[in-house]
Design a protein around this ligand. Structure first.
Ligand code: PEP
Ligand code: MG
Length: 316
């Protein structure tokens, strides 16, 4: 079954006119790899490593981490596996990585890369385990940092990866400041990956955990699409790829819009891959661009979705 799945994964995602768009899976650990392969993932676009750490009194030891990372690399020989450094803090607090004091607004506090800089030994142990796991595998390991706001942070993370012999480093675009200055961040690293869940939360000042603010977290919000376009354009200026790994990539119409905005790969929950692959394959890059422009010109998320869908006839 694995071999058949790998053969299917050979069919790259692409627009109808042949613009390749790698379609990757979001995973939370080795337990998600079978589903990723079954649904034809071309690789892993987001390995949320915090799931290996949650609910523990101590960080998992070097061997356990190495095993968990090697499993993902071994599942995708010759392909790309993007592993995110531990994204702790805020909604994912860890007992062994406490913020320095009481945080009245944890989502605006020490989380993601901010916390990893405070606990350099935890990051170093993780990067070391990743480097050892990659040494014996043919998959290309790419490592990215969560919750990056500035080019200085991107440069710091790239240096930490280089010091461990890791060849490809990237940063997530989850903070509006990072989208606004995407070209300068991208110049420090090998790639950008947009996390639309947090980018929406911070762009609209709307807690992603609060169901009552659903409209503001709608990924079809034209202001969010503007930020995606800015991030993709900044990455392109620096000649770097720019993916999306937030939930937005899992909606077939929105996936076409993201490609039209300049996004170069899409990573999503595995079950969404077949529908996104089919939707993309039925539309040209020009149609994706028209859908993106129509959505950005709309007054709100509902109109944006309707306007985009009108440009994507095969999705009806
Ligand atoms: C995001 O914020 O969009 C993202 C992909 O990361 P997470 O959902 O794990 O915060
Ligand atoms: Mg996030």
């Amino acid at each position: 079954a694995r071999r058949a799945a790998l053969a299917r994964a050979g069919e790259s995602g692409a627009t109808r006119d042949g613009r390749p768009v790698p379609l990757l899976a979001n995973i939370g650990g080795p337990q998600d790899l079978d589903a990723a392969l079954r649904h034809g993932a071309e690789g892993v676009g987001l390995y949320r490593t915090e799931f290996l750490f949650l609910g523990r009194r101590h960080a998992p030891d070097a061997e356990e981490q190495e095993r968990a990372y090697r499993a993902a690399l071994a599942a995708f020989p010759g392909r790309t596996v993007v592993v995110r450094a531990l994204d702790a803090g805020a909604d994912k607090p860890l007992a062994f990585l406490p913020p320095p004091g009481e945080e009245p607004n944890p989502a605006l506090g020490e989380r993601g890369l901010r916390l990893l800089r405070r606990f350099g030994d935890v990051l170093d142990a993780q990067l070391g385990a990743l480097a050892r796991a990659a040494a014996s595998e043919t998959a290309e390991l790419q490592v990215m940092a969560p919750m990056v706001a500035t080019a200085e942070e991107a440069a710091w993370f790239a240096e930490a990866c280089r010091a461990r012999g890791l060849r490809k480093a990237g940063v997530m675009v989850e903070v509006p400041a990072a989208a606004l200055r995407a070209a300068s961040l991208a110049a420090e690293v090998d790639f950008l990956s947009i996390g639309t869940n947090d980018l929406a939360q911070y762009a609209f000042a709307a807690d992603r955990e609060l169901g009552t603010l659903g409209d503001l977290q709608d990924p079809w919000q034209p202001a969010l699409l503007d930020l995606v376009r800015l991030a993709a354009a900044g990455a392109s200026e620096a000649a770097r790829p720019c993916g999306v790994c937030g939930e937005a990539a899992a909606d077939p119409a929105l996936a076409c819009v993201l490609v039209g905005l300049g996004v170069t790969s899409l990573s999503m929950a595995a079950a969404a891959l077949p529908a996104v692959r089919a939707g993309l394959g039925e539309h040209t890059l020009e149609q994706c661009r028209e859908a993106a422009e129509a959505a950005r010109s709309a007054g709100g998320p509902g109109q944006a979705r309707a306007a985009a869908r009108a440009c994507l006839p095969a999705l009806d």
